[in-house]
Write a protein that binds this ligand. Structure first.
Ligand code: 5GP
Ligand code: MG
Length: 180
């Protein structure tokens, strides 16, 4: 905890591990006989991707993209651009994008559009957390860890101003408004 920020537990590490194993099983069945290219979205998805990848029973390669949209605050900037791109061709490959949170959908709609243009054999989306009620852009994830309410979440790779990524559980963060 930093300053007077408050953390409320949403998902414990045991709950997360169980759900990640279930997702890995589902993905392994769906892609049986194929090789997957996992595309992780930095930085928030790196812990989830590392755990998910180790539950897969199909051959998987991994790459990362980096997108800028949120800055250091808690609300979306509205502008998205790639600050780290993929290496090599995606033509004919089975691409599974792995992201921490699907919120308004802006970030992923931009990314998926760019990836679709690179002619993968298939393109699917796996998100750890889905904030369905916040959706402004139409995106339906193929794999979802948990549905979450409209809280600001941290932990398990997910940050607030670059802090809290190291927490093994997922929390809702509340920062009390300063007294006037
Ligand atoms: P969208 O473009 O869907 O509105 O926002 C998606 C991105 O915003 C997520 O990938 C994530 O990086 C960030 N984001 C959305 N909600 C939260 C949240 O509750 N906590 C944190 N740390 N980031 C969030
Ligand atoms: Mg993200």
């Amino acid at each position: 905890m930093r300053g007077n920020a408050r953390l409320t537990l949403l998902f414990s590490q045991e709950t997360i591990a169980t759900r990640v194993r279930e997702l890995g099983g589902q993905i392994s069945r769906d892609y049986m006989g194929h090789e997957i290219l996992l595309v992780g979205v930095l930085k928030g998805a790196f812990v989830f991707l590392a755990d998910l990848m180790r539950t897969l029973q199909v051959t998987a390669q991994v790459q990362f993209v980096r997108l800028a949209s949120y800055g250091t605050g808690t609300t979306s900037g509205g502008h998205v651009h790639l600050t780290q791109d993929l290496e090599g061709s995606m033509v004919g490959r089975h691409v599974l994008v792995v992201e921490d949170i699907l919120d308004s959908g802006l970030t992923l709609s931009v990314l998926l559009q760019q990836l679709r243009a690179r002619e993968p054999a298939s393109l699917k989306l796996c998100v750890l957390l889905n904030k369905r009620i916040r959706r402004r852009y139409e995106i339906t994830p193929d794999y979802v860890g948990f549905d979450v309410p409209d809280d600001f979440v941290v932990g398990y790779g997910i940050d607030y101003a670059e802090c809290y990524r190291q927490l093994p559980d997922i929390y809702a963060l509340t920062i009390p408004a300063p007294r006037s």
